[in-house]
Design a protein around this ligand. Structure first.
Ligand SMILES: *[C@@H]1O[C@H](CO)[C@@H](O)[C@H](O)[C@H]1NC(C)=O
Ligand SMILES: *[C@@H]1O[C@H](CO)[C@@H](O)[C@H](O)[C@H]1NC(C)=O
Ligand SMILES: *[C@@H]1O[C@H](CO)[C@@H](O)[C@H](O)[C@H]1NC(C)=O
Ligand SMILES: *[C@@H]1O[C@H](CO)[C@@H](O)[C@H](O)[C@H]1NC(C)=O
Ligand SMILES: *[C@@H]1O[C@H](CO)[C@@H](O)[C@H](O)[C@H]1NC(C)=O
Ligand SMILES: *[C@@H]1O[C@H](CO)[C@@H](O)[C@H](O)[C@H]1NC(C)=O
Ligand SMILES: *[C@@H]1O[C@H](CO)[C@@H](O)[C@H](O)[C@H]1NC(C)=O
Ligand SMILES: *[C@@H]1O[C@H](CO)[C@@H](O)[C@H](O)[C@H]1NC(C)=O
Ligand SMILES: *[C@@H]1O[C@H](CO)[C@@H](O)[C@H](O)[C@H]1NC(C)=O
Ligand SMILES: CC(=O)N[C@H]1CO[C@H](CO)[C@@H](O)[C@@H]1O
Length: 337
């Protein structure tokens, strides 16, 4: 009904689309790529050329997905010796750090000592790879994190070169990892990051930094929290709750509001100062989201999905993971460019 109103409005040329979305709790979504049944798409990064790099938790793979759908999705790399890939973050132009390791999507338990960080150098990787070709992608194991149990969300420290932070879903801490020399240590250890009542093993999950504040989701305690940190990523105060909602990963827009995905279905907007959230839409198991980086698509939110986190344990999985776009500001940011 809403869609019809919009087309009538466009034809008539006067009714603003915002009238249609007085409550923005069911924004339309666009499917960019559907992976096969059983594929849990876990996270994504956006390259400076606009291409998306997605990690997969159900197999140790990373793919490039074209948000304009002009080029076929391309398997960039299959990692040996691990069950899946998890977080991804960029540390220099087209240089990405990816967390990989052994873990179970049935119990959500990681294997202690199995996690490491690989540096994936995409500087020479094409925007539109030829599906029949193979490409030499320099990939180096830059750090083993022997103390970790289940590395998950990654982010890059903005003020110190070659340092990343990673949540540990099971230990409920944040690791700092030096991707130059492989050294790692715990930099945030706070009660609000620990696994909670939800299932006893899931703690801090997604993390992002904004002007000296580390935001995090903890689906195990059903909270999104924040903690002040210094330039080296160490907590300089106690964590506090932003909103009492669960959530998998999230991103932060230019105004400083959070866009958070809940594995059970919702994409939500979190108004940080108001400690309030709004449901924007439903998707099958959203796992992470990132805004585009181009002038045209900087307001377009790209979302990866698992197919349904809850459903995943039950065989057969009804729908595979996928990549979607959502025009969260309703201003044409996701239109084909
Ligand atoms: C696989 O991982 C184990 C445990 O970390 C290690 O001992 C072994 O060398 C690895 N094998 C390969 C082929 O990387
Ligand atoms: C992951 O698990 C497999 C199967 O148990 C094992 O062979 C491999 O060495 C493990 N990898 C690491 C990095 O521990
Ligand atoms: C990335 O790969 C290119 C060649 O494709 C190389 O020139 C460059 O030095 C590499 N960068 C890093 C940080 O390894
Ligand atoms: C590296 O090791 C030193 C101790 O040798 C430690 O103080 C430091 O915090 C470690 N962590 C990182 C990420 O460099
Ligand atoms: C952090 O919490 C602890 C324990 O509740 C308390 O003793 C301490 O004063 C708090 N620190 C700050 C900076 O608020
Ligand atoms: C979002 O949806 C959940 C589940 O229906 C509901 O509990 C929550 O109140 C909703 N939030 C808002 C802000 O509408
Ligand atoms: C995925 O699984 C569902 C449920 O078994 C089935 O109906 C559907 O056809 C499958 N889709 C694909 C692409 O295999
Ligand atoms: C969603 O609606 C609220 C009012 O309910 C508004 O404050 C907010 O800016 C809207 N969010 C977006 C992304 O349009
Ligand atoms: C849509 O709105 C967002 C948020 O204000 C802005 O960043 C983006 O550039 C806008 N996109 C277009 C195509 O106008
Ligand atoms: C799983 C979940 O929280 N679903 C909710 C998402 O938001 C819509 C719109 O408010 C609700 O109807 C769903 O129940």
């Amino acid at each position: 009904m809403c869609a019809r109103l919009v087309s009538v409005a466009l034809l008539a040329g006067f009714l603003p689309a915002s009238l249609c979305y007085q409550t923005n709790d069911s924004l339309p979504t666009t499917l960019l790529h559907q992976f096969p049944n059983g594929t849990w798409v876990e996270n994504l990064a956006v390259r400076s050329n606009g291409q998306l790099v997605t990690t997969v938790a159900s197999s140790p793979d990373i793919y490039q997905v074209d948000p304009t759908k002009s080029c076929a999705p391309f398997l960039i790399h299959h990692f040996a010796n691990v069950t899946g890939t998890v977080g991804i973050t960029e540390t220099a132009p087209d240089i990405f750090q990816v967390a990989v390791g052994n873990f179970s999507l049935a119990t959500f338990l990681g294997t202690s000592g199995s996690f490491s960080i690989f540096e994936v150098n995409l500087t020479s990787f094409p925007t539109c790879p030829d599906p029949q070709s193979t490409y030499e992608v320099p990939i180096v194991r830059v750090a083993d994190v022997p103390g970790a149990k289940f590395l998950d969300g990654l982010t890059t420290l903005p003020q110190v070169k070659n340092r990343i932070l990673s949540t540990d879903l099971n230990l409920g801490v944040v690791w700092q990892i030096n991707v130059e020399n492989g050294n790692s240590s715990i930099s945030v250890d706070d009660a609000l990051m620990k696994p909670g009542a939800v299932n006893g093993v899931i703690g801090a999950d997604g993390i992002k930094i904004r002007t000296g504040v580390l935001f995090f989701t903890n689906p195990g305690q059903n909270i999104i929290g924040k903690v002040p940190i210094n330039a080296f990523g160490h907590a300089v105060g106690n964590a506090s709750v932003v909103v009492p909602i669960g959530g998998d990963d999230f991103t932060i827009d230019q105004r400083g509001q959070l866009f958070s995905v809940g594995g059970s279905g919702n994409l939500s907007e979190v108004f940080v100062q108001k400690h309030r959230d709004a449901n924007l839409t439903n998707l099958p198991g959203p796992t992470a989201c990132q805004f585009g980086r181009g002038v045209r698509d900087q307001g377009c939110l790209y979302v990866t999905t698992s197919g349904g986190d809850g459903e995943y344990g039950k065989v057969p999985v009804p729908v595979g993971g996928a990549v979607y776009s959502v025009d969260v500001f309703q201003n044409g940011s996701c239109e084909k460019f």
